[in-house]
Design a protein around this ligand. Sequence first.
Ligand code: BGC
Length: 349
Amino acid sequence: MKKILSLFLVMALLLSVGSALAEKVGISMPTKSLQRWNEDGEYLQKEFEAAGYEVELQYAGDNDVPTQIAQLETMLLNECDVLVITAIEANALGNVLATAKENGVKVVCHDRIILDTPAVDYYATFDNFQVGEIQGQYVVDTLDLANGAGPFNIEFLAGDPGDNNATYFFNGGISKVQEYLDNGQLVCVSGQTGFDQVATPSWKTETAQARMDDIIASYYSDGTPLHVVLCSNDSTAQGATNALVAAGFKAGEDYPIITGQDCDIASVKNIVKGLQAMSIFKDTRILAARTVQMVNSVLAGEEVEVNSVVPNNVLDVPTFYCTPLFADVNNYQELLIESGYYTADQLAD
Ligand code: BGC
């Protein structure tokens, strides 16, 4: 009995020493309302815990900036050694990150860069300009614009102006279609082609849908065909789809090409039904593993593997860009099901 007791004591001691030594990571995610961030949070937590970290994971309500700041302050009070942050507003975290820096806490931006502060150490993301380029090129190829086809009518739905990624996506997309807007093969009937005109605050589906409702009513209700809605991600694409379906557009008949990003389950189902043409696939398992690898190297004082830099208005942040791919009806099974990202059941209606 005594032996067993002392074995327990030794084990308890080892466990407490282990947890006292475990580094602590604070993970700050923007919202639970999009599938994307639930997955990122889940994969990050799993990977960090598997690597022996103690994890504090917080979601900032539904994209609430003061909540994100308060949660980061609490993580600092709770003595996190490193913060992994997906910022809601790119330039709203300067003060809390100044405190982090004063306390020697490292900061890694996850997916979205944080601007206007020197208190950022590294950035792991997908190549956001390339995301937009793939979306734009998909439109160019599908409509055969390079061979002079057209004219075709196009509208745009971009992302949240506070999210620096949103301008990269939009500019990447525009870089591929601009020459066809200029030569008249593409016509934006609403005339709304500036980022500020087509942005969607907080990336909300309902906001995108309301704008698309207006555009259809004002410019396409007289039978003018709509051939493309270049949407920056799936939450905006779903807004476009809802508006089009409500207005009576039918898959396989008068339905436009709709681009997207994230391969949300709802959007992949729409791809299968012909209600969305494609979505960018950013394998969040790969991004989570990359962020964890970065944190490991930072805390071990080792060289951090990067392949780019992204300016944040104060410094060039050393960055690792993962590669985005695209999914459509032809490859989604291989890319999303055979890779183990989703089960066939999750995509069944
Ligand atoms: C991410 C996208 C996502 C969007 C809305 C962006 O910062 O890169 O993957 O669709 O935010 O949450």
